[in-house]
Ligand binder design. Structure first.
Ligand code: F6R
Length: 622
């Protein structure tokens, strides 16, 4: 989704903004732009379509733009096609062309999100003589701020406040006012926005990686609050225009973790970071041989009282929920329901008494997951967020937060965050089972010792990546891939299939192996690749039978199983082995070859795997 950066200080702003936008490229975008103020002069706006590179070339890496204050944006089109005219920043002045150059204008702004009532607001502004050059909702907001600013002859904070109460939707806004050189104003509702302050410099960004090179001292601006940035200082205001104080937070991620560090893509780097991500998440949760959920506020009494779990999430995080369902139910005996957040938010919900709703989200900003969380809270349900980004909206709004420690995840396709989320869910399941008296000390210690072996086992799997790379190159032109499995293996299949389709654009499906016969087997023919996931020994033979049925219809079979299950080779033409661990935790190991497979098929097809088409890292609009 769109990225926002801002800077005001003593250095030339444009190179800093371009660097920040570069760090947000991973979010997905189709055009980019910056606006720079040089002292009292009008803002200079430069925009371009396509990759950030073209904006960098247009401005000679920012050198052609003098000025120490500015805002920048990468746009992921929502209202209006990707074009230079629709690219941000947008200006309040009436102008022809694309709103670039030095336009006579009171307000210049960038925006992330969607303004739902923009057409109605646009009509009002048209009646008041405003003209529009773009199709965007952003131009409408910028002009509405300008309208209130001039009509009531008020300052920027009041003009923004009047606008916020008129607009419906989600947004993060960064604005500059002609009469206030060296100042940036920011506001947000349900879209992320953070502010970093160092000596004499102030930074603004929609996501942490853009700030990591400059500062760790950040403020998370709240919904419907306004920030006024001056060089090295920031002031916050509420909707009444009264100044409020916010606490700053120290970010622990290091800048290197958001760089490729010699890897060809972020995705493969993050696949390789999984042993660390898993270890760091385990270390944060296991203290002196016991799981400690102290920081989450989930104590023994709360866990014992839970009558049912409901997990809501999107995409891969939902796949974690699917895996967790088998594990939680099996270990705790407490019923679990897993739902897509986008479905949960719009249907009638009959919450159970003492239900615990768990939202799983890497970014903590996914619009549907956030809406589901709020709905659950409105229904009086206790909520737990399993989140990677500290201070994100979901983390701040949930009753309890369990942080994963994956570090910054840059590749659009999640890998290390998925693996860390699994660990968090295992720990929750083990501790709940223990508190409920479903497992004894011996079993508890066994589970923890098995968990501690996972990082080393992932390292071993990664050591055999060449075989998968070879197989991926061979099958990179496959038309269809079916991933099949039963129980937990079905949940693993869901994630394997998503990794293939999102990165390599090869059509793939995940099926509960027993379900194939109920329709889908009609799609199996010569040259279709069928991958059987066989990590659960009690279901091994059942799934192998389903694989053999596919082979009889012409499919090429790959098996993914554990060392020791060598009879998989009797049926499959290609078999990948992973080390064994307790069956509950097998997703952590089996997913790794499937991530590698998706990655290498994408690479073999010559695709930009870090930025798959049409996808964005953090989906902050519905
Ligand atoms: C797939 C992927 C997405 C995310 C989903 C939820 O590789 O990354 O499916 O899992 O968009 O995102 P978060 O976890 O940020 O809520």
């Amino acid at each position: 989704m769109c990225g926002i950066v801002g800077y005001t200080g003593t250095n030339q702003a444009a190179p800093i903004l371009l660097d920040g936008l570069g760090k947000l490229e991973y979010r997905g975008y189709d055009s980019a732009g910056i606006a720079i103020r040089n002292g009292e002069e009008l803002a200079e706006v430069v925009k371009s379509t396509g990759k950030l590179r073209s904006l960098i070339e247009k401005t000679d890496s920012g050198r052609t733009l003098a000025g120490t204050c500015g805002i920048g944006h990468t746009r992921w089109a929502t209202h209006g096609e990707p074009s230079q005219t629709n690219a941000h920043p947008h200006v309040s002045g009436n102008c022809s062309g694309s709103g670039s150059g030095q336009v006579e204008s009171e307000v210049v702004g960038v925006h992330n999100g969607i303004i739902e009532n923009y057409l109605e607001l646009k009509e009002k502004l048209l009646r008041h003589g405003y003209q529009f050059y773009s199709d965007t909702d952003t131009e409408v907001v910028v002009k509405l701020i300008d309208y209130y600013y001039k009509k009531y002859k008020i300052g920027p904070v009041d003009a923004i406040n009047r606008t916020l109460v008129r607009v419906r939707g989600t947004y993060a806004l960064a604005l500059m006012f002609r009469d206030y050189p060296g100042e940036i104003y920011a506001a947000r509702k349900d879209a992320p926005m953070i502010i970093g302050i160092t000596n004499g410099e102030s930074y603004l960004a929609s996501d942490v990686p853009a700030l990591l090179n400059y500062t760790r001292n950040v403020y998370y601006i709240d919904n419907m609050q306004i920030a006024r940035l001056l060089p090295g200082e920031v002031h916050f205001f509420d909707l009444n225009g009264d100044e409020v104080s916010l606490e700053s937070t120290e970010i622990t991620w290091d800048a290197k973790s958001a760089e490729k560090n010699g890897f060809e893509h972020f995705m493969i780097k993050e696949i390789y970071e999984q042993p660390d991500a898993v270890r760091d998440t385990l270390t944060s949760l296991i203290v002196d041989g016991r799981i400690s959920l102290k920081d989450t506020g989930l104590d023994e009494d709360v866990l014992k009282s839970v009558s049912s779990f409901r997990i809501v999430a999107c995409g891969s995080a939902w796949h974690v929920g699917m895996a967790a369902q088998y594990i939680l139910e099996d270990m705790t005996g407490v019923p679990v329901r897993v739902e897509l957040a986008s479905e949960y938010r719009y249907r009638k919900i009959l919450p159970q008494e003492r239900e615990l709703l768990i939202v799983i989200s890497q970014s903590g900003e996914t619009a549907d997951s956030l809406a589901a969380l709020r709905k659950a809270k409105d229904l009086g349900v206790r909520t737990l967020a399993v989140v990677n980004v500290v201070g994100s909206t979901i983390a701040r709004e949930a009753d309890h937060v369990l942080y994963t420690h994956a570090g910054p995840e840059i590749a659009v396709a999640t890998t290390k965050a998925y693996s860390s989320q699994l660990i968090a869910m295992y720990c929750l399941a083990i501790q709940t089972a223990y508190d409920l008296g479903r497992i004894d000390d011996e079993k508890y210690a066994y589970y923890l010792s098995e968990l501690n072996t996972i990082p080393e086992k992932i390292v071993r799997i990664l050591e055999e990546k060449e075989r998968i790379q070879w197989f991926a190159a061979k099958y990179s032109n496959a038309r269809d891939i079916f991933y099949i499995g039963r129980g937990l293996d079905y949940a693993i299949s869901l994630e394997g299939s998503l990794k293939a389709k999102e990165i390599s654009y090869v059509h793939s499906e995940a099926y509960a192996a027993g379900e194939l016969k109920h329709g889908t087997i009609s799609l199996i023919e010569e040259n279709v690749l069928v991958i059987g996931v066989l990590t659960q020994d009690d279901l091994f033979e059942k799934t192998v039978s389903n694989m053999v049925e596919c082979k009889a219809r012409g499919a090429y079979l790959m098996a993914l199983t554990t060392y020791g299950n060598y009879n998989a080779e009797d049926s499959a033409s290609f078999t990948v082995y992973v080390p064994k661990t307790d069956p509950h935790f097998m997703a952590s190991l089996a997913v790794v070859p499937l991530q590698l497979l998706g990655y290498y098929i994408g690479v073999a097809r010559g695709l930009d795997v870090d930025k798959p088409r049409n996808l964005a890292k953090s989906v902050t609009v519905e």
